[in-house]
Design a protein around this ligand. Sequence first.
Ligand code: MG
Length: 164
Amino acid sequence: MISKTIQDGINEQIRNEIQSAYLYLAMSAHCEAVNFAGSAHWLRAQWGEELEHAMKLYRYVYDRGGRVTFQAIEKPPSEFPSLMGIFQQVLAHEQKVTALINSLYATAIKENDYASQIELQWFVKEQIEEEKNASAIIEILKLAGESGPSVLMLDRQLGARAKG
Ligand code: MG
Protein backbone atom coordinates (compact mmCIF):
# COMPACT_ATOMS: atom_id res chain seq x y z
CA MET A 1 0.00 0.00 0.00
CA ILE A 2 1.02 3.53 -0.71
CA SER A 3 1.14 6.02 2.21
CA LYS A 4 -1.27 8.94 2.32
CA THR A 5 1.61 11.40 2.11
CA ILE A 6 2.98 9.83 -1.07
CA GLN A 7 -0.49 9.39 -2.55
CA ASP A 8 -1.25 13.08 -1.96
CA GLY A 9 2.10 14.06 -3.45
CA ILE A 10 1.60 11.95 -6.56
CA ASN A 11 -1.96 13.21 -7.00
CA GLU A 12 -0.55 16.72 -6.86
CA GLN A 13 2.03 15.77 -9.50
CA ILE A 14 -0.71 14.31 -11.72
CA ARG A 15 -2.28 17.76 -11.51
CA ASN A 16 1.05 19.41 -12.37
CA GLU A 17 1.51 17.25 -15.46
CA ILE A 18 -2.03 17.98 -16.67
CA GLN A 19 -1.43 21.69 -15.96
CA SER A 20 1.74 21.51 -18.08
CA ALA A 21 -0.21 19.83 -20.87
CA TYR A 22 -2.83 22.58 -20.72
CA LEU A 23 -0.16 25.30 -20.86
CA TYR A 24 1.53 23.72 -23.89
CA LEU A 25 -1.77 23.28 -25.70
CA ALA A 26 -2.52 26.97 -25.09
CA MET A 27 0.91 27.85 -26.51
CA SER A 28 0.24 25.56 -29.45
CA ALA A 29 -3.11 27.25 -30.10
CA HIS A 30 -1.36 30.63 -30.08
CA CYS A 31 1.30 29.44 -32.56
CA GLU A 32 -1.45 28.05 -34.75
CA ALA A 33 -3.11 31.47 -34.77
CA VAL A 34 0.09 33.28 -35.80
CA ASN A 35 1.02 30.71 -38.46
CA PHE A 36 3.94 29.06 -36.72
CA ALA A 37 2.64 25.65 -37.77
CA GLY A 38 5.86 23.82 -36.86
CA SER A 39 5.99 25.25 -33.35
CA ALA A 40 2.27 24.51 -32.95
CA HIS A 41 3.03 20.89 -33.87
CA TRP A 42 5.98 20.68 -31.46
CA LEU A 43 3.95 22.10 -28.59
CA ARG A 44 1.02 19.80 -29.35
CA ALA A 45 3.41 16.84 -29.19
CA GLN A 46 4.56 18.18 -25.83
CA TRP A 47 0.92 18.39 -24.70
CA GLY A 48 0.54 14.69 -25.51
CA GLU A 49 3.74 13.83 -23.63
CA GLU A 50 2.60 15.63 -20.49
CA LEU A 51 -0.67 13.73 -20.55
CA GLU A 52 1.34 10.51 -20.82
CA HIS A 53 3.33 11.58 -17.76
CA ALA A 54 0.08 12.15 -15.87
CA MET A 55 -1.22 8.74 -16.92
CA LYS A 56 2.02 7.01 -15.93
CA LEU A 57 1.55 8.35 -12.38
CA TYR A 58 -2.18 7.56 -12.47
CA ARG A 59 -1.40 3.93 -13.31
CA TYR A 60 1.26 3.81 -10.61
CA VAL A 61 -1.15 4.99 -7.88
CA TYR A 62 -3.54 2.15 -8.73
CA ASP A 63 -0.73 -0.40 -9.07
CA ARG A 64 0.14 0.44 -5.46
CA GLY A 65 -3.44 0.08 -4.25
CA GLY A 66 -3.98 3.82 -3.91
CA ARG A 67 -6.59 6.14 -5.27
CA VAL A 68 -6.39 9.01 -7.73
CA THR A 69 -8.16 12.24 -6.85
CA PHE A 70 -8.11 15.15 -9.24
CA GLN A 71 -7.15 18.68 -8.29
CA ALA A 72 -8.20 21.90 -9.96
CA ILE A 73 -6.15 23.12 -12.90
CA GLU A 74 -5.73 26.78 -13.74
CA LYS A 75 -6.73 28.59 -16.87
CA PRO A 76 -3.60 28.99 -19.01
CA PRO A 77 -2.66 32.42 -20.42
CA SER A 78 -4.27 33.39 -23.71
CA GLU A 79 -1.61 35.91 -24.73
CA PHE A 80 1.93 34.85 -25.52
CA PRO A 81 5.12 36.70 -26.51
CA SER A 82 7.45 35.95 -29.44
CA LEU A 83 8.65 32.43 -30.23
CA MET A 84 11.75 33.15 -28.12
CA GLY A 85 9.52 34.28 -25.24
CA ILE A 86 7.39 31.15 -25.55
CA PHE A 87 10.35 28.77 -25.38
CA GLN A 88 11.81 30.73 -22.49
CA GLN A 89 8.48 30.15 -20.72
CA VAL A 90 8.67 26.44 -21.60
CA LEU A 91 12.16 26.22 -20.06
CA ALA A 92 11.14 28.15 -16.93
CA HIS A 93 8.08 25.93 -16.56
CA GLU A 94 10.12 22.73 -16.90
CA GLN A 95 12.63 24.00 -14.33
CA LYS A 96 9.69 24.48 -11.95
CA VAL A 97 8.46 20.95 -12.70
CA THR A 98 11.98 19.59 -12.03
CA ALA A 99 11.91 21.21 -8.57
CA LEU A 100 8.48 19.67 -7.87
CA ILE A 101 9.65 16.20 -8.94
CA ASN A 102 12.79 16.53 -6.83
CA SER A 103 10.76 17.50 -3.79
CA LEU A 104 8.40 14.54 -4.32
CA TYR A 105 11.44 12.29 -4.61
CA ALA A 106 12.76 13.70 -1.33
CA THR A 107 9.42 12.83 0.28
CA ALA A 108 9.67 9.26 -1.02
CA ILE A 109 13.11 9.00 0.60
CA LYS A 110 11.79 10.37 3.89
CA GLU A 111 8.90 7.88 3.78
CA ASN A 112 11.27 4.97 3.02
CA ASP A 113 9.12 4.28 -0.05
CA TYR A 114 11.59 2.50 -2.34
CA ALA A 115 9.05 1.66 -5.05
CA SER A 116 8.07 5.31 -5.41
CA GLN A 117 11.73 6.31 -5.54
CA ILE A 118 12.24 3.96 -8.47
CA GLU A 119 9.08 5.18 -10.20
CA LEU A 120 10.11 8.80 -9.72
CA GLN A 121 13.63 8.18 -11.03
CA TRP A 122 12.09 7.93 -14.49
CA PHE A 123 10.70 11.44 -14.03
CA VAL A 124 13.98 12.79 -12.68
CA LYS A 125 15.68 11.57 -15.88
CA GLU A 126 12.86 12.80 -18.10
CA GLN A 127 13.30 16.32 -16.70
CA ILE A 128 16.92 16.36 -17.91
CA GLU A 129 15.57 15.75 -21.41
CA GLU A 130 12.77 18.36 -21.08
CA GLU A 131 15.13 21.11 -19.96
CA LYS A 132 17.72 20.16 -22.58
CA ASN A 133 15.16 20.29 -25.42
CA ALA A 134 13.80 23.71 -24.45
CA SER A 135 17.34 25.10 -23.96
CA ALA A 136 18.42 23.81 -27.38
CA ILE A 137 15.55 25.63 -29.10
CA ILE A 138 16.36 28.85 -27.21
CA GLU A 139 20.01 28.56 -28.29
CA ILE A 140 19.01 28.21 -31.94
CA LEU A 141 16.68 31.22 -31.63
CA LYS A 142 19.57 33.22 -30.11
CA LEU A 143 21.76 32.32 -33.08
CA ALA A 144 18.96 33.05 -35.51
CA GLY A 145 18.54 36.45 -33.90
CA GLU A 146 14.78 36.17 -34.33
CA SER A 147 15.03 37.43 -37.88
CA GLY A 148 12.19 36.44 -40.20
CA PRO A 149 13.73 33.78 -42.46
CA SER A 150 15.76 31.95 -39.79
CA VAL A 151 12.81 31.81 -37.38
CA LEU A 152 10.69 30.37 -40.17
CA MET A 153 13.38 27.76 -40.81
CA LEU A 154 13.44 26.81 -37.13
CA ASP A 155 9.65 26.63 -37.13
CA ARG A 156 9.80 24.20 -40.03
CA GLN A 157 12.37 22.12 -38.15
CA LEU A 158 10.13 21.96 -35.06
CA GLY A 159 7.36 20.70 -37.32
CA ALA A 160 9.46 17.62 -38.03
CA ARG A 161 9.17 16.37 -34.43
CA ALA A 162 8.00 12.79 -34.70
CA LYS A 163 5.23 12.59 -32.11
CA GLY A 164 2.02 14.55 -31.95
MG1 MG B 1 6.07 16.20 -17.58
